[in-house]
Design a binder for this molecule. Structure first.
Ligand SMILES: C[S@@+](CC[C@H](N)C(=O)[O-])C[C@H]1O[C@@H](n2cnc3c(N)ncnc32)[C@H](O)[C@@H]1O
Length: 377
């Protein structure tokens, strides 16, 4: 979002922003259902510490609901279904007018459903909530950290990485790429130094316009902050492209739970239409190249910023190339560890592409197994 657009109480939401709302809404619906079915979970806490007004207009001037309103409506349904469990929402923005607008669109509190709105610095709010996280036994939190520029206060996020729950960060890479090479004023320098945890912004200049370098730096920071090295932690990142086909930001999902990680990947792929982003690949999707060297079966045209099912299958084929009697479970486990590729929701498609386009043989035994072709994908 440009800063002038951000200043408006009801700002314009571009198509990629609406996709962001769709993804978060769908994920929260499934995440809440999954957790509420778990006896050990007493309830949910959703925090959007930079939530804006919850109301936007789209390209045609029609009103579109933003994340806080969508999530509030979805979680109210959940609270009404699971009446013995509690649902809390904390919605904050540093603009008084945006919170005033937001309140017009939020549902009222009910016995087990409560919304707390506030005006102030989202990082300060997180520092206050963060101190109480240990006491919120058996309440599961989801924190959305969604500034409109590349500023991340890691100190505020730290308790959320260490405790049970999930964090979704909007990493505004386009801001970093645009500004870091020419940054002059001290407060802007401090912002980027804080976001990428470097003592001098000049250390970021070699990153240039290399998106992957910024993405990798964010991963390193999260890996470091999640605590002791044996603690399993899952990070899934999905890029968002605008209509000019430029990368605007990554949504980075962080959790200590494999189930949440898998669910987020599947939800993202479904939201993007069975792909890993909205990037326009100009018809390259699903294209297979014939390999005249004979080393590979057939190679899909892979784009690291927009994978499709063929990219998943090619990755699987490379991993198991030439292997016989591979249990299907081994394929799903490989994908479950991958930062972008899902297995849930795509298993039959993956099996059929493996068979039809990559020459794999399905063996029907007690447990399904598969013989891989000896060509690379
Ligand atoms: C990208 S919008 C949030 C969109 C919202 N999360 C959604 O999905 O509908 C970013 C908002 O963060 C607010 N903001 C930026 N920095 C903030 C801070 N440090 N504390 C509180 N609000 C902040 C801005 O005023 C803006 O309304």
């Amino acid at each position: 979002m440009s800063s002038s657009n951000n200043e408006k109480v009801i700002s314009k939401a571009s198509p990629h922003t609406v996709k962001k709302f769709d993804l978060i809404e769908e994920y929260i619906k499934s995440w809440a259902q999954k957790l509420m079915l778990n006896e050990a979970c007493n309830g949910l806490v959703f925090i959007d510490c930079m939530c804006s007004s919850g109301m936007y207009t789209d390209a045609e001037g029609k009103f579109v609901k933003g994340t806080p309103v969508r999530v509030a409506e979805a979680l109210l349904d959940v609270a009404r279904t699971y009446t013995q469990k509690q649902v809390f929402l904390y919605l904050n923005d540093n603009s008084k007018d945006k919170i005033k607008e937001l309140k017009k669109h939020l549902p009222s509190d009910e016995r087990n459903f409560r919304i707390v709105t506030s005006v102030g610095d989202g990082n300060e709010l997180l520092k206050t909530i963060g101190l109480q996280l240990n006491q919120t036994n058996h309440l599961h939190f989801f924190l959305l950290y969604d500034p409109y520029d590349a500023s991340i206060d890691w100190e505020a996020l730290l308790p959320f990485f260490k405790n049970w729950g999930e964090v979704l960060i909007n990493h505004m890479i386009s801001d970093s790429i645009r500004a870091i090479s020419q940054v002059k004023n001290d407060s802007a320098k401090k912002k980027y130094e804080g976001t990428y945890l470097v003592d001098d912004v000049k250390k970021l200049i070699p990153f240039g316009s290399n998106k992957a370098a910024y993405e990798q730096r964010l991963r390193e920071i999260i890996e470091f902050l999640k605590g002791y090295s044996e603690r399993k932690y899952y990070i899934a990142a999905f890029p968002f492209f605008n209509t000019k086909n430029s990368l605007v930001y990554d949504l980075v999902h962080c959790t200590s739970h494999e189930a949440g990680f898998k669910l987020f990947k599947t939800t993202a792929w479904k939201t993007f239409g069975d792909k890993s982003s909205l990037k326009n690949r100009h018809g390259e999707e699903g294209q297979l190249m014939f390999d005249f060297t004979g080393e590979s079966a057939c190679k899909p045209v892979v784009d690291d910023y927009c994978y499709d099912v063929y990219s998943i299958v090619s990755y699987v084929q490379d991993n198991f190339c030439g292997k016989k009697d591979v249990p299907l479970e081994d394929i799903w486990s490989l994908l479950d560890e991958h930062p972008v590729f899902p297995s849930d929701g795509y298993r039959s498609q993956i099996k059929s592409v493996l068979k039809q386009d990559f020459g794999a043989q399905m063996l029907r035994q007690k447990t399904e197994k598969i013989n891989f072709s000896d060509k690379r994908g």
